[in-house]
Write a protein that binds this ligand. Structure first.
Ligand SMILES: Nc1ncnc2c1ncn2[C@@H]1O[C@H](COP(=O)(O)OP(=O)(O)OP(=O)(O)O)[C@@H](O)[C@H]1O
Ligand SMILES: CC(=O)C(=O)O
Ligand SMILES: [K+]
Ligand SMILES: [Mg+2]
Length: 591
């Protein structure tokens, strides 16, 4: 068992349309030693009689220590039955229909690296609307269990699945839990309620008769009237509407509106005393409520790709959920995303992110729990920690808020989107803009064009941020993978290659490459549909589903010919290929 790191550097490497000599491994001689116990680097010269060029190469082998063992790999184990329209046999390759067109028309450099998550709501739940979002580049569809019924969400999931099967998309599904923070009721079915300056409103835990009496709001938290005090300030949605608490009568809390505005169903409520967020008994509310557990069971049964947990306070809840999922779901490959939106989560940030499979900067509620001016630095910090810990990160909420009503964004919104792209977040998320806005497709188009523009500008300016990427794995094999990926990404930038190819069973090696944020796109080949969908959230990855073996030569030949046949690559394109099948790096022109 050996780890081979092959650097093929034949002299004709940059010359397009010339086929390379077949690699040969048979004449080895030691050059130097990395770690005397485990690794020696060896170089050899190609002795291919059919080749007119000599190709010097460096190979690293672990001298048979067996560290980083290569797992046996049978693609059939992982395959799910192919759909009728998209046959996934061993001779085919599945790629996102939109990416395929983009690659064919504009080439590698044009592909968008930042991924897009769209919240699905009444404006986008139909098959045609979902298709329009997929065509517009939606990578992940988010369903928010705060709203709608499970039956409603089930139908959305079915439609997204049908879209993937029939039209060749790989849109992943993220289920977002409600969480048990304090929020308003559903307004008895009304789409919003308008509070005017000076009006007196009643907030209460008691259920009001329908139709809802004027100026009443139902609150979900039993301890509300006890915890709140006369003189407190009550904020709806982090300050979109503000009230002063003026009187308590049993379960009813009378409040005077001081900042008028529109209140949306189930809007978040916080109360503040002497400039501080009041967290009495509500600080003890469980992160995952009993309703959330039922929703999670639903998500597992529906085999969603991601479960996002609202108001995470500690790493324990993530660990608990992960073991719950592992015990219940067949392959336990549902990724758990920690939503960072409470004060407590900021205190335990690293632990929480480490325990999770990714994080979301949920700026909506976060901005209701910390002063607004602290949200940008919190975002920057969360994005940075996620990259260091190799976890995908989503920047969410109000990116294009004005586009709920207007067809063009504000300049400030474009600047906000640009900043998230510049920070190299994995993904940006639309909330109300796609769930209930008037211009979901236009909002998505703005995310897309701003992302592509900023990414291109950043590459052209050669602005690489000097970010330390610490080791994340614990085993020697992990370290090898990390070194391979950071070297490959660096080589890709220095050599100006067209694309990185990664052959990955679990997706881990692809995520390690993505973490380096290289200049070129990363083609990630994996044999399972679920891994492919999951990789769709990560920066710069173009996930393909293809069956492959542990023979890298044949994997490369197979993918080259499949991609060439579909017009997605051409002879002469310069590619660096890495794999977790063989832990190797190869540099080559497409034959
Ligand atoms: N499934 C749905 N059915 C009806 N309306 C929805 C649905 N999903 C979202 N919405 C609407 O879109 C708005 C924005 O969605 P979003 O997911 O950001 O919700 P939110 O209530 O702000 O909660 P969260 O903090 O979880 O994001 C919601 O306030 C709601 O009005
Ligand atoms: C997305 C979300 O939950 C928030 O911004 O609060
Ligand atoms: K939610
Ligand atoms: Mg929230």
């Amino acid at each position: 068992m050996s780890h081979s790191l092959h650097f093929f550097t034949p002299s004709n490497l940059t010359a397009p349309k010339q086929s390379l000599p077949k690699p040969s491994y048979n004449r080895w001689f030691p050059v130097t030693s990395l770690s005397p116990k485990l690794i020696s680097i060896k170089a050899s010269t190609s002795a291919d009689p059919n080749s007119s060029t000599t190709s010097p190469r460096v190979l690293i082998s672990d001298n048979g220590t067996g560290a980083g063992e290569i797992l046996s790999f049978t693609p059939q184990e992982y395959d799910t039955p192919p759909s009728q329209s998209f046959l996934s046999d061993s001779s085919s390759i599945d790629v996102d229909a939109v990416t395929e067109v983009e690659l064919k028309e504009n080439g590698f450099r044009s592909t968008r690296r930042t991924k897009m998550v769209c919240t699905i709501g009444p404006a986008t739940c139909g098959f045609e609307e979902l298709e329009a979002l997929a065509v517009g580049g939606m990578n992940v569809a988010r369903i928010n269990m705060c709203h709608g019924t499970r039956e409603w969400h089930k139908r959305v999931i079915e439609r997204v699945r049908r879209l993937n099967e029939e039209k060749g998309f790989a849109v992943a599904i993220m289920m977002d839990t409600e969480g048990s923070e304090i929020h308003m009721g559903d307004l008895g079915g009304a789409s919003s309620a308008k509070a005017e300056d000076g009006e007196i409103w009643t907030f209460s835990v008691r259920a009001f008769d329908l139709p809802r009496p004027e100026r009443t709001i139902n609150v979900n938290y039993d301890g509300f009237a006890e915890d709140v005090k006369v003189g407190d300030e009550l904020l709806v949605d982090g300050g979109m509407v503000r009230f002063d608490v003026i009187e308590k009568i049993g379960p009813d809390v009378k409040c005077r509106c001081t900042d008028p505005g529109l209140m949306l169903p189930r809007a978040n409520l916080t109360f503040w005393r002497d400039g501080c967020l009041v967290r009495e008994r509500n600080a003890m509310l469980p992160t995952i409520s009993s309703k959330d557990w039922l929703d999670i069971d639903f998500g597992i049964a529906e085999d969603v790709d991601f479960i996002a947990i609202s108001f995470v306070k500690s790493a324990e809840v993530i660990n608990h959920l992960k073991s719950y999922i592992a015990a219940r779901s067949r392959d336990s490959d549902i990724a758990v995303i920690a939503k960072i939106e409470s004060i407590d989560s900021l205190k335990n940030l690293e632990e929480i992110i480490q325990a999770s499979d990714g994080a979301m900067v949920a700026r909506g509620d976060l901005g209701a729990q910390i002063p607004l001016e602290q949200v940008p630095s919190a975002q920057q910090k969360i994005v940075q920690i996620c990259r260091q810990l190799n976890k995908p990160v989503i920047v969410a909420s109000q990116l294009l808020e004005s586009m709920i009503e207007y067809p063009t964004p504000t300049r400030a919104e474009v600047a906000d989107v640009s900043e998230a792209v510049r920070q190299r977040a994995d993904a940006l998320m639309l909330s109300g803009e796609s769930a209930m806005g008037q211009y979901p497709d236009k909002a998505l188009a703005v995310l897309r064009s701003v992302s592509v523009r900023i990414e291109k500008w950043w590459r052209e300016e050669k602005r690489y941020e000097a970010m330390e990427l610490p080791a994340v794995g614990s085993s020697f094999s992990d370290s090898i993978s990390e070194e391979i990926c950071s070297s490959a990404a660096k080589m890709a930038n220095n050599l100006g290659v067209d694309a990185l190819f990664v052959y990955t069973k679990t997706g881990h090696m692809a995520s390690l490459l993505s973490r380096c944020r290289p200049d070129c796109p990363i083609f990630a080949f994996t044999s399972t549909k679920s891994v492919r969908r999951r990789l769709n959230l990560q920066w710069g990855l173009i996930p393909f589903r293809v069956s492959f073996s542990d023979d890298m030569e044949s994997n490369l030949n197979k993918t080259f010919s499949l991609l060439k046949a579909r017009g997605m690559i051409k002879s002469g394109d310069l590619v660096i290929a890495v794999s977790d099948v063989l832990q190797s790096i190869q540099v080559m022109n497409v034959p």
